[in-house]
Ligand binder design. Sequence first.
Ligand SMILES: [Zn+2]
Length: 410
Amino acid sequence: MEATERFLQYIGIWTTSERDSGQEPSSLRQFDLAHQLVFELKEMGLERVEVDNHCLVYGFLPATPGLERAPCLGLLAHLDTYPDCSGYHVRPQILPDYDGGEVILGDSGLRLTVSDFPHLPSLAGQTLITSSGDTLLGADDKAGIAEILTALERVIAGGRPHGPVSVAFMPDEEIGIGTAHLDLKRLGAQYAFTVDGWEVGEIVTETFNAVLAEVETRGVNIHTGRAKGIMINAQLVALEFADMLPAEEIPARTEGYEGFYHLRKMSGTVEEARLWYNLRDFSREGIQKRMETMEEAAGELNRRYGPGTVRVRFREEYRNLNEVISRHPEMIEKACAACRKAGVEPKVTCTRGGSDGARVSFAGVPCPNLGVGGWAYHSPQEHITAEAIERVSRILEELIVLYGEAEDGT
Ligand SMILES: [Zn+2]
Protein backbone atom coordinates (compact mmCIF):
# COMPACT_ATOMS: atom_id res chain seq x y z
CA MET A 1 0.00 0.00 0.00
CA GLU A 2 1.33 3.45 -0.81
CA ALA A 3 2.29 5.61 2.14
CA THR A 4 -0.20 8.34 1.25
CA GLU A 5 -3.08 5.93 0.86
CA ARG A 6 -2.24 4.58 4.29
CA PHE A 7 -2.03 8.09 5.72
CA LEU A 8 -5.45 9.00 4.34
CA GLN A 9 -6.89 5.91 5.95
CA TYR A 10 -5.42 6.74 9.38
CA ILE A 11 -6.58 10.35 9.47
CA GLY A 12 -10.11 9.02 9.07
CA ILE A 13 -9.77 7.40 12.50
CA TRP A 14 -10.53 9.79 15.37
CA THR A 15 -7.72 9.61 17.95
CA THR A 16 -7.76 12.96 19.74
CA SER A 17 -6.26 12.68 23.23
CA GLU A 18 -7.92 14.46 26.15
CA ARG A 19 -6.48 16.59 28.90
CA ASP A 20 -7.56 15.76 32.44
CA SER A 21 -9.72 12.80 31.48
CA GLY A 22 -8.36 10.89 34.45
CA GLN A 23 -7.86 7.75 32.40
CA GLU A 24 -4.97 6.14 30.57
CA PRO A 25 -5.05 6.22 27.66
CA SER A 26 -6.78 9.58 27.96
CA SER A 27 -9.35 8.58 25.33
CA LEU A 28 -10.42 5.06 24.41
CA ARG A 29 -10.83 6.06 20.76
CA GLN A 30 -7.05 5.78 20.38
CA PHE A 31 -7.53 2.01 20.54
CA ASP A 32 -9.32 2.16 17.17
CA LEU A 33 -6.13 3.12 15.39
CA ALA A 34 -4.09 0.82 17.63
CA HIS A 35 -6.19 -2.19 16.57
CA GLN A 36 -5.93 -1.21 12.93
CA LEU A 37 -2.13 -1.11 13.23
CA VAL A 38 -2.01 -4.46 15.01
CA PHE A 39 -3.95 -5.91 12.11
CA GLU A 40 -1.63 -4.42 9.51
CA LEU A 41 1.60 -5.33 11.28
CA LYS A 42 0.44 -8.93 11.61
CA GLU A 43 -0.55 -9.02 7.96
CA MET A 44 2.94 -7.87 7.06
CA GLY A 45 4.40 -10.74 9.01
CA LEU A 46 5.80 -8.91 12.02
CA GLU A 47 6.11 -10.90 15.24
CA ARG A 48 5.12 -10.20 18.86
CA VAL A 49 2.49 -7.78 17.58
CA GLU A 50 0.27 -6.58 20.37
CA VAL A 51 -1.57 -3.61 21.86
CA ASP A 52 -1.29 -3.47 25.64
CA ASN A 53 -3.74 -2.10 28.23
CA HIS A 54 -2.18 1.33 27.96
CA CYS A 55 -2.83 1.40 24.21
CA LEU A 56 0.80 0.95 23.24
CA VAL A 57 1.28 -1.00 20.04
CA TYR A 58 4.42 -3.12 19.66
CA GLY A 59 5.72 -5.14 16.73
CA PHE A 60 8.97 -6.83 15.85
CA LEU A 61 10.49 -7.60 12.47
CA PRO A 62 13.18 -10.29 12.84
CA ALA A 63 16.43 -9.88 10.91
CA THR A 64 16.91 -11.54 7.57
CA PRO A 65 19.23 -14.57 7.77
CA GLY A 66 22.80 -13.68 8.65
CA LEU A 67 21.99 -10.25 10.08
CA GLU A 68 20.61 -11.38 13.44
CA ARG A 69 23.50 -9.77 15.25
CA ALA A 70 22.96 -6.33 13.84
CA PRO A 71 21.66 -3.85 16.42
CA CYS A 72 17.91 -3.72 16.85
CA LEU A 73 16.56 -0.47 15.41
CA GLY A 74 13.47 1.04 17.06
CA LEU A 75 11.01 3.26 15.20
CA LEU A 76 8.46 5.20 17.23
CA ALA A 77 5.46 7.38 16.46
CA HIS A 78 2.30 8.48 18.27
CA LEU A 79 -1.34 7.61 17.78
CA ASP A 80 -3.09 10.65 19.19
CA THR A 81 -3.75 14.09 17.77
CA TYR A 82 -3.59 17.42 19.58
CA PRO A 83 -6.49 17.85 22.05
CA ASP A 84 -7.17 21.56 21.53
CA CYS A 85 -8.12 21.25 17.87
CA SER A 86 -10.85 18.94 16.64
CA GLY A 87 -9.71 15.72 15.02
CA TYR A 88 -13.19 14.37 14.58
CA HIS A 89 -14.36 13.50 11.10
CA VAL A 90 -11.33 14.78 9.23
CA ARG A 91 -12.25 15.41 5.59
CA PRO A 92 -9.03 15.88 3.65
CA GLN A 93 -8.78 18.08 0.60
CA ILE A 94 -6.42 16.59 -1.95
CA LEU A 95 -5.00 18.94 -4.57
CA PRO A 96 -3.00 17.08 -7.21
CA ASP A 97 -0.57 19.24 -9.16
CA TYR A 98 -1.00 22.08 -6.66
CA ASP A 99 -0.27 25.52 -8.12
CA GLY A 100 1.66 26.87 -5.11
CA GLY A 101 -0.86 29.62 -4.36
CA GLU A 102 -3.62 30.30 -1.87
CA VAL A 103 -5.83 27.40 -0.76
CA ILE A 104 -9.38 27.74 0.53
CA LEU A 105 -10.08 25.28 3.32
CA GLY A 106 -13.57 23.90 2.71
CA ASP A 107 -16.32 26.27 3.75
CA SER A 108 -14.65 27.09 7.07
CA GLY A 109 -13.64 30.58 5.95
CA LEU A 110 -10.01 29.68 6.61
CA ARG A 111 -7.34 29.66 3.96
CA LEU A 112 -3.67 28.91 3.50
CA THR A 113 -1.98 32.04 2.27
CA VAL A 114 1.52 32.51 0.97
CA SER A 115 2.08 35.37 3.42
CA ASP A 116 1.36 33.05 6.37
CA PHE A 117 3.12 30.06 4.83
CA PRO A 118 5.93 31.30 2.60
CA HIS A 119 6.98 27.74 1.74
CA LEU A 120 3.76 27.10 -0.23
CA PRO A 121 5.15 28.09 -3.67
CA SER A 122 7.93 25.52 -3.17
CA LEU A 123 5.24 22.82 -3.10
CA ALA A 124 3.97 23.66 -6.58
CA GLY A 125 3.47 20.59 -8.71
CA GLN A 126 3.11 18.29 -5.69
CA THR A 127 -0.09 16.74 -4.34
CA LEU A 128 -1.07 18.96 -1.42
CA ILE A 129 -3.22 17.51 1.35
CA THR A 130 -5.08 19.81 3.74
CA SER A 131 -8.06 19.50 6.06
CA SER A 132 -11.38 21.18 5.27
CA GLY A 133 -10.53 23.83 7.82
CA ASP A 134 -12.85 22.61 10.57
CA THR A 135 -10.41 20.06 12.01
CA LEU A 136 -6.69 19.52 12.07
CA LEU A 137 -5.32 17.13 9.45
CA GLY A 138 -3.46 14.66 11.65
CA ALA A 139 -0.16 14.55 9.77
CA ASP A 140 1.24 14.91 13.29
CA ASP A 141 1.75 12.03 13.70
CA LYS A 142 -0.27 9.78 11.42
CA ALA A 143 2.08 10.62 8.57
CA GLY A 144 4.85 9.25 10.80
CA ILE A 145 2.95 6.02 11.38
CA ALA A 146 2.13 5.63 7.67
CA GLU A 147 5.78 6.26 6.79
CA ILE A 148 7.05 3.64 9.23
CA LEU A 149 4.59 0.97 8.08
CA THR A 150 5.25 1.66 4.43
CA ALA A 151 9.00 1.48 4.97
CA LEU A 152 8.63 -1.89 6.71
CA GLU A 153 6.37 -3.15 3.95
CA ARG A 154 8.86 -2.12 1.27
CA VAL A 155 11.85 -3.63 3.02
CA ILE A 156 9.95 -6.92 3.35
CA ALA A 157 8.43 -6.92 -0.13
CA GLY A 158 11.70 -5.88 -1.74
CA GLY A 159 13.55 -8.71 -0.04
CA ARG A 160 16.11 -6.22 1.24
CA PRO A 161 18.49 -7.56 3.89
CA HIS A 162 17.96 -5.93 7.29
CA GLY A 163 18.71 -6.36 10.96
CA PRO A 164 16.04 -6.66 13.67
CA VAL A 165 13.54 -3.80 13.73
CA SER A 166 11.16 -3.01 16.56
CA VAL A 167 8.27 -0.56 16.35
CA ALA A 168 6.11 1.08 18.99
CA PHE A 169 3.16 3.42 18.59
CA MET A 170 2.20 5.39 21.67
CA PRO A 171 -0.96 7.13 22.84
CA ASP A 172 -1.19 10.54 24.52
CA GLU A 173 2.01 12.11 23.26
CA GLU A 174 0.19 15.41 22.81
CA ILE A 175 -0.64 15.60 26.51
CA GLY A 176 2.94 14.86 27.44
CA ILE A 177 2.70 11.27 28.61
CA GLY A 178 3.47 9.41 25.39
CA THR A 179 6.36 7.47 26.82
CA ALA A 180 4.93 7.02 30.32
CA HIS A 181 4.22 3.35 29.76
CA LEU A 182 6.65 2.60 26.97
CA ASP A 183 8.39 -0.62 27.95
CA LEU A 184 11.91 -0.30 26.59
CA LYS A 185 12.68 -3.92 27.42
CA ARG A 186 9.79 -5.02 25.34
CA LEU A 187 10.81 -2.66 22.57
CA GLY A 188 14.25 -4.26 22.73
CA ALA A 189 15.89 -1.59 20.57
CA GLN A 190 19.50 -0.48 21.02
CA TYR A 191 18.96 2.64 18.94
CA ALA A 192 15.71 4.32 18.05
CA PHE A 193 14.22 7.22 16.12
CA THR A 194 10.93 8.96 16.79
CA VAL A 195 9.28 9.82 13.51
CA ASP A 196 7.45 12.91 14.70
CA GLY A 197 8.80 16.21 13.48
CA TRP A 198 8.67 18.76 10.72
CA GLU A 199 10.52 18.91 7.41
CA VAL A 200 11.52 16.00 5.21
CA GLY A 201 15.14 15.19 6.01
CA GLU A 202 15.12 17.00 9.33
CA ILE A 203 17.10 15.21 12.02
CA VAL A 204 16.62 16.69 15.47
CA THR A 205 19.47 16.03 17.85
CA GLU A 206 18.90 18.81 20.36
CA THR A 207 16.02 19.85 22.58
CA PHE A 208 15.78 22.39 25.37
CA ASN A 209 16.76 21.73 28.94
CA ALA A 210 13.50 22.41 30.72
CA VAL A 211 12.88 23.50 34.30
CA LEU A 212 9.59 24.50 35.88
CA ALA A 213 9.96 27.28 38.44
CA GLU A 214 7.25 27.99 40.97
CA VAL A 215 7.57 31.35 42.66
CA GLU A 216 5.61 32.01 45.81
CA THR A 217 5.34 35.42 47.41
CA ARG A 218 3.87 36.14 50.83
CA GLY A 219 2.37 39.46 51.85
CA VAL A 220 1.03 41.23 54.92
CA ASN A 221 -2.59 42.30 54.75
CA ILE A 222 -4.26 45.02 56.76
CA HIS A 223 -7.10 47.54 56.32
CA THR A 224 -6.13 49.73 53.38
CA GLY A 225 -6.92 52.87 55.37
CA ARG A 226 -4.30 52.00 57.96
CA ALA A 227 -1.82 50.21 55.75
CA LYS A 228 1.00 52.71 55.50
CA GLY A 229 4.35 51.18 56.29
CA ILE A 230 2.75 47.85 57.11
CA MET A 231 1.02 46.30 54.11
CA ILE A 232 3.05 44.12 51.77
CA ASN A 233 0.97 43.18 48.74
CA ALA A 234 2.12 39.74 47.61
CA GLN A 235 0.85 40.39 44.09
CA LEU A 236 2.93 43.54 43.72
CA VAL A 237 5.98 41.69 45.02
CA ALA A 238 5.32 39.03 42.39
CA LEU A 239 5.17 41.72 39.70
CA GLU A 240 8.42 43.16 40.97
CA PHE A 241 9.94 39.72 40.73
CA ALA A 242 8.74 39.35 37.13
CA ASP A 243 10.21 42.74 36.38
CA MET A 244 13.64 41.74 37.64
CA LEU A 245 13.99 39.05 34.96
CA PRO A 246 15.55 39.98 31.61
CA ALA A 247 12.67 41.48 29.60
CA GLU A 248 14.02 40.36 26.25
CA GLU A 249 14.37 36.72 27.21
CA ILE A 250 10.81 35.60 26.58
CA PRO A 251 9.39 33.30 23.90
CA ALA A 252 8.06 36.23 21.86
CA ARG A 253 11.55 37.71 21.54
CA THR A 254 13.79 34.68 21.13
CA GLU A 255 14.58 32.14 18.44
CA GLY A 256 17.19 29.60 17.35
CA TYR A 257 19.48 28.68 20.21
CA GLU A 258 18.26 31.43 22.55
CA GLY A 259 16.66 30.35 25.81
CA PHE A 260 13.90 32.10 27.74
CA TYR A 261 11.79 32.63 30.86
CA HIS A 262 8.16 32.00 30.06
CA LEU A 263 5.57 33.19 32.58
CA ARG A 264 3.04 30.44 32.07
CA LYS A 265 0.52 31.20 34.75
CA MET A 266 -0.05 33.52 37.70
CA SER A 267 -2.52 33.78 40.53
CA GLY A 268 -2.71 35.76 43.71
CA THR A 269 -4.26 37.73 46.53
CA VAL A 270 -2.77 40.37 48.79
CA GLU A 271 -1.62 37.61 51.15
CA GLU A 272 -0.11 35.26 48.67
CA ALA A 273 0.75 35.10 44.98
CA ARG A 274 2.24 32.52 42.68
CA LEU A 275 4.02 32.64 39.36
CA TRP A 276 4.80 29.61 37.29
CA TYR A 277 7.66 29.88 34.84
CA ASN A 278 8.96 27.58 32.16
CA LEU A 279 12.72 28.02 31.99
CA ARG A 280 14.25 26.82 28.75
CA ASP A 281 17.84 26.74 27.56
CA PHE A 282 19.90 24.53 25.28
CA SER A 283 22.96 24.51 27.52
CA ARG A 284 23.32 23.20 31.07
CA GLU A 285 25.14 26.35 32.12
CA GLY A 286 22.38 28.43 30.56
CA ILE A 287 19.58 26.75 32.46
CA GLN A 288 21.67 26.89 35.64
CA LYS A 289 22.20 30.60 35.11
CA ARG A 290 18.46 31.15 34.71
CA MET A 291 17.79 29.44 38.03
CA GLU A 292 20.48 31.56 39.68
CA THR A 293 18.97 34.74 38.23
CA MET A 294 15.66 33.79 39.84
CA GLU A 295 17.34 32.98 43.16
CA GLU A 296 19.08 36.36 43.08
CA ALA A 297 15.82 38.19 42.38
CA ALA A 298 14.19 36.35 45.28
CA GLY A 299 17.16 37.21 47.53
CA GLU A 300 16.94 40.88 46.66
CA LEU A 301 13.19 41.01 47.38
CA ASN A 302 13.71 39.19 50.67
CA ARG A 303 16.22 41.83 51.67
CA ARG A 304 13.68 44.49 50.75
CA TYR A 305 10.59 42.97 52.37
CA GLY A 306 11.89 40.51 54.92
CA PRO A 307 13.04 36.91 54.85
CA GLY A 308 10.58 34.38 53.51
CA THR A 309 8.69 36.89 51.37
CA VAL A 310 9.70 35.15 48.14
CA ARG A 311 10.43 31.48 47.66
CA VAL A 312 11.38 29.79 44.42
CA ARG A 313 11.21 26.08 43.79
CA PHE A 314 12.55 24.33 40.71
CA ARG A 315 11.62 21.06 39.12
CA GLU A 316 13.48 19.60 36.16
CA GLU A 317 11.10 18.63 33.36
CA TYR A 318 13.46 17.26 30.74
CA ARG A 319 17.02 17.58 29.53
CA ASN A 320 18.64 18.32 26.21
CA LEU A 321 18.55 15.22 24.01
CA ASN A 322 22.03 16.15 22.80
CA GLU A 323 23.62 15.07 26.08
CA VAL A 324 22.90 11.51 24.96
CA ILE A 325 22.99 11.84 21.17
CA SER A 326 26.40 13.52 21.13
CA ARG A 327 27.81 10.21 22.41
CA HIS A 328 26.39 8.45 19.32
CA PRO A 329 27.47 10.49 16.32
CA GLU A 330 27.14 7.37 14.15
CA MET A 331 23.39 7.53 14.55
CA ILE A 332 23.31 10.92 12.94
CA GLU A 333 25.71 9.83 10.22
CA LYS A 334 23.41 6.92 9.44
CA ALA A 335 20.32 9.09 9.38
CA CYS A 336 22.10 11.53 7.04
CA ALA A 337 23.22 8.67 4.80
CA ALA A 338 19.65 7.32 4.69
CA CYS A 339 18.37 10.75 3.63
CA ARG A 340 20.92 11.01 0.84
CA LYS A 341 20.14 7.51 -0.42
CA ALA A 342 16.51 8.61 -0.60
CA GLY A 343 17.52 11.71 -2.54
CA VAL A 344 16.94 14.16 0.31
CA GLU A 345 19.49 16.61 1.71
CA PRO A 346 19.57 16.01 5.49
CA LYS A 347 19.23 18.88 7.90
CA VAL A 348 20.56 18.31 11.41
CA THR A 349 18.84 20.75 13.70
CA CYS A 350 17.46 21.59 17.14
CA THR A 351 13.88 21.86 18.29
CA ARG A 352 12.71 24.63 20.61
CA GLY A 353 10.83 22.20 22.77
CA GLY A 354 11.12 18.72 24.14
CA SER A 355 10.55 15.37 22.56
CA ASP A 356 9.51 11.88 23.43
CA GLY A 357 12.88 10.94 22.02
CA ALA A 358 14.61 12.90 24.79
CA ARG A 359 12.83 10.87 27.46
CA VAL A 360 13.57 7.61 25.68
CA SER A 361 17.20 8.67 25.31
CA PHE A 362 17.66 9.41 29.00
CA ALA A 363 15.96 6.11 29.79
CA GLY A 364 18.77 4.36 27.94
CA VAL A 365 17.93 4.14 24.23
CA PRO A 366 19.42 7.02 22.24
CA CYS A 367 16.59 8.41 20.15
CA PRO A 368 16.78 11.43 17.83
CA ASN A 369 13.73 12.75 15.99
CA LEU A 370 13.02 12.63 12.27
CA GLY A 371 10.71 14.97 10.36
CA VAL A 372 7.49 13.56 8.90
CA GLY A 373 7.16 16.26 6.24
CA GLY A 374 4.21 18.38 7.38
CA TRP A 375 3.49 22.00 8.37
CA ALA A 376 1.25 23.93 10.78
CA TYR A 377 0.61 21.06 13.19
CA HIS A 378 -2.01 21.50 15.92
CA SER A 379 -4.10 23.75 13.71
CA PRO A 380 -6.78 23.51 11.00
CA GLN A 381 -4.13 24.80 8.58
CA GLU A 382 -2.04 21.69 8.99
CA HIS A 383 -0.89 20.37 5.62
CA ILE A 384 1.50 17.93 3.98
CA THR A 385 2.20 16.64 0.50
CA ALA A 386 1.98 13.10 -0.83
CA GLU A 387 5.53 13.51 -2.09
CA ALA A 388 6.79 14.38 1.41
CA ILE A 389 5.14 11.29 2.89
CA GLU A 390 6.64 9.20 0.12
CA ARG A 391 10.14 10.62 0.64
CA VAL A 392 10.16 10.10 4.37
CA SER A 393 9.06 6.50 3.96
CA ARG A 394 12.01 6.07 1.57
CA ILE A 395 14.37 7.57 4.14
CA LEU A 396 13.11 5.11 6.76
CA GLU A 397 13.44 2.22 4.34
CA GLU A 398 17.09 3.13 3.76
CA LEU A 399 17.65 3.63 7.48
CA ILE A 400 16.36 0.13 8.21
CA VAL A 401 18.67 -1.33 5.59
CA LEU A 402 21.68 0.69 6.82
CA TYR A 403 21.21 -0.57 10.39
CA GLY A 404 21.44 -4.11 9.03
CA GLU A 405 24.90 -3.23 7.79
CA ALA A 406 26.06 -2.11 11.22
CA GLU A 407 27.98 -4.89 12.86
CA ASP A 408 28.66 -3.87 16.36
CA GLY A 409 25.77 -1.75 17.25
CA THR A 410 27.03 1.42 15.71
ZN1 LIG B 1 3.61 14.79 17.18
